[in-house]
Design a protein around this ligand. Structure first.
Ligand code: TXA
Ligand code: MG
Length: 316
């Protein structure tokens, strides 16, 4: 047990990480639960703290493209272009790993997921450390990802010594995960960097986010990112019972306005993404019996929002 402190002191966070402990860290997407990626015992603590199954590999966070070179074998041409365009940023690359990355981090896979988070405090922290940080989202396995330090504290207090507070996450959904087959870019998880932005640099991509029984990316399990309450996604209104509604920019018919939550009254998808998980958490802790969510426009960050709502709606 720890008395969990929340603060903005990078050197305190660094000291705990150097001692092999887990620390909550801000990123532009969601908060992460970080530990030394090169230290198996530290990485094991991440799995224990989150109740995460060992078959679900972790993303390794670092501060520069040069440092990525020290733990992957090669960086394909298209990955280099995407890194130039969007790193630091909400994109994760699956690349062939070097042996310095423990098998525990990758769940025995030959590839490691790497990303450079675009958050000033965490970039400074990574620069101070002489190791990269393995970090999944800082929530119990399967639950909604945290987008504020308080969300992390609400769920992990007592389990970690420190949460580095970097304010509310600016993007609000997890990074887009891509890999490479031959020369082709494959998107395995829709996320904070829009498909359109990736295609602008890398040309046409394939999207493979639906594997579920033995997923390449277990964040792609059919049920994930889920509130405890039943969530009904994109179906006709059910008028009975006490529902709370997640809508985009307009109230929908069939429910009282006071039960409805607009993620962006001005119709801005990045704003809607930024608000999504906070609103899901508020509704999960509120007194509605169930949550109804509309389908968002399937473009830009709307695709990632729809993906998360769909997975949140599956109960297995
Ligand atoms: O935005 C993000 O990516 C956040 C912040 C904290 O960086 N992290 C995050 O981590 O969402 P996590 O662990 O909640 O989700 C990472 C996903 C998991 O679905 C995992 O299965 C997949 O990445 N993944 C990690 N390494 C992989 C690999 N080598 N091959 C395939 N999928 C991998
Ligand atoms: Mg997660």
């Amino acid at each position: 047990m720890f008395i969990t402190q929340t603060g903005t002191d990078i050197s305190v966070a660094a000291a705990f990480l150097q001692q092999g402990m887990c620390v909550g860290i801000p990123t532009e997407t969601v908060y992460g639960l970080a530990a030394n990626a090169l230290d198996e015992e530290a990485v094991l603590k991440i799995f224990e703290t989150k109740n995460r199954p060992h078959f679900d590999p972790l993303i390794v966070h670092t501060h520069s493209v040069e440092s990525i070179n020290s733990f992957v074998k090669t960086i394909p041409e298209k990955a280099k272009l995407l890194m130039q365009a969007y790193c630091p940023g909400p994109i994760t690359f699956l690349l062939e790993k070097q042996t310095c990355i423990p098998d525990l981090v990758t769940s025995g896979l030959d590839t490691v997921a790497v990303r450079i988070p675009n958050h000033p405090i965490t970039l400074q922290l990574l620069q101070q450390l002489d190791f990269p940080l393995a970090a999944p989202s800082a929530n119990p396995f399967g639950y909604i990802s945290p987008t504020t330090a308080k969300h992390v504290h609400d769920q992990l207090q007592g389990k970690i010594p420190y949460i580095l507070n970097g304010g509310p996450a600016g993007v609000g959904v997890e990074s887009t995960i891509i890999g490479f087959e031959n020369d082709e870019v494959i998107i395995y998880r829709l996320g904070g960097l829009a498909v359109e932005a990736i295609e602008k640099i890398a040309g046409k991509v394939s999207i493979k986010t639906n594997e579920s029984s033995n997923p390449k990316s277990p964040g792609l399990l059919k049920s994930h990112y889920a509130p405890a309450k039943k969530l009904i996604f994109n179906s006709k209104p059910m008028l009975q019972g006490n529902a709370a509604v997640i809508a985009f920019d307009k109230y929908i018919d069939g429910y009282p306005i006071e039960q409805q939550h607009l993620l962006s009254p001005s119709g801005d998808l990045p704003e809607a993404a930024r608000n999504l998980f906070t609103v899901m958490r508020i509704l999960d802790n509120g007194d509605a019996d169930y949550i109804v969510a509309v389908k968002f426009p399937d473009e830009g960050l709307g695709a990632a929002i729809n993906d998360r709502l769909k997975r949140a709606s599956v109960k297995e």
